[in-house]
Design a protein around this ligand. Structure first.
Ligand code: AR6
Length: 175
C-alpha cells in the first residue's frame, strides 16, 4: 500500500471524525481548552479531557502526548504543540516534528486511522501554503515507517485550505 493511497484531505470538522481511531489536537503548551481546534475538541470531549491533560502539561513545541477521547467518537486524542510562527524556531522542523511524533504515538497505540487538523495555521499564524507542504511531505515520507496506520485524513475547516492541501498532495503524486 502506497503512502498516497492511505492519505486524504477533506473539508470538515475535527470533532466529527466518527470513523477515525485518533484525532489530533492543535494544542497549547498547557493542554488547556483554548480556542480553535483545542476549544472544539475539549467542548466535545467534556471536562474529563481537561482533567486527563493536566498531569501531562506543559509540553514543548514539536512534542505530542496522547489521552483518551472521552465523549468524542474516537478512542484517542493526540495533542501536538505546533510552533508559534516567528517565535519558535526552527519553525519548519518543529512543525514536521508534530506530525512525525503524532504518527509515532499512533503506531505505538496501535491505531488504525488518524485525523489531523492544519496545525499552527490558525492562532499560531504559520503561513498555510508552507505549513501544508511540511504537513503532507512529513506524513507521506514517514507513513511507510508506521505500517499499523492504514488511513490518515487531513480535516480542513474551509474550502480554500482544503483545496490547497489537495493541490499540494496532488503535486507530490505527480512529481
Ligand atoms: N476542525 C478542523 N479545523 C479547525 C477547527 C475544527 N473544529 N477549528 C479551527 N480549525 P488553531 P494553532 C482550523 O488556532 O494555529 C488555540 O487557541 C483553523 O481554521 O486551532 O495550532 C489553542 O489553545 C486553522 O486552519 O491552532 C492554542 O493556543 C487550524 O484549524 C492555539 O490555538 C489550526 O487553528 C493553537 O494554534
Amino acid at each position: 500500500m502506497t503512502s498516497s493511497s492511505r492519505l486524504e484531505c477533506v473539508q470538515g470538522d475535527i470533532v466529527q471524525q466518527d470513523d477515525m481511531d485518533a484525532v489530533v489536537n492543535a494544542a497549547n503548551a498547557e493542554l488547556r481548552p483554548g480556542g480553535g481546534v483545542a476549544g472544539a475538541l475539549h467542548r466535545a470531549a467534556g471536562p474529563e479531557l481537561d482533567r486527563a491533560c493536566r498531569p501531562l502539561a506543559p509540553i514543548a513545541p514539536g512534542q505530542a502526548v496522547v489521552t483518551d477521547a472521552f465523549d468524542l467518537p474516537n478512542q484517542y486524542v493526540i495533542h501536538c504543540l505546533g510552533p508559534v510562527y516567528g517565535v519558535d524556531s526552527p519553525a519548519d522542523e518543529l512543525l514536521a516534528a508534530c506530525y512525525y511524533n503524532a504518527l509515532r504515538l499512533g503506531e505505538w497505540e496501535k491505531v488504525d486511522s488518524i485525523a489531523f487538523p492544519s496545525i499552527s495555521t490558525g492562532a499560531f499564524r504559520y503561513p498555510v501554503t508552507e505549513a501544508a507542504r511540511i504537513a503532507l511531505s512529513t506524513v507521506t515520507q514517514h507513513l511507510p515507517d508506521f505500517p499499523r496506520i492504514k488511513r490518515v485524513r487531513f480535516v480542513l475547516f474551509d474550502a480554500a485550505t482544503t483545496e490547497l492541501y489537495q493541490r499540494t498532495l496532488a503535486s507530490f503524486n505527480e512529481a
